[in-house]
Design a binder for this molecule. Sequence first.
Ligand SMILES: [Cu+2]
Length: 142
Amino acid sequence: MNLGFRTMTISSMKRAAAAAFATVLFLTTHSSARADIADYEFRLVQTDVKQGNGAIVAVRLVDKRSGKAVPDAVIFATRIDMAPDGMETMAAPIEPLPTIEPGVYRFRTNLVMAGRWRLSLGAKIQGEAGTIENRLVLKAMP
Ligand SMILES: [Cu+2]
């Protein structure tokens, strides 16, 4: 009776260990194939933008592994300021524009001053955990 109980316990432990091992194996093999939020980045479509009100800044969200543009990201944070030229407090209003090309995200802003501007973006990507946060530097041309 006692022996039988122990045998059963050991065999069930073995089963549990085997199941746990299989789970680890599954997660390991599958996580290596899965995308990570670090596999994505925003890139400026153009680094030089005409200075002034109504300036349009466009970024492409890229899957770095394939180089393909990624549509349908949810951009929840945008800020544009002159931090690269030592004017971090000099920020401009920025608003999203409708998408024309999938994976390209456009914004209208007011680049009141010529020089370097920093565009900060925070976004969520469909099917990916975590958030992407990028800071891009563009140049407002007089
Ligand atoms: Cu400035």
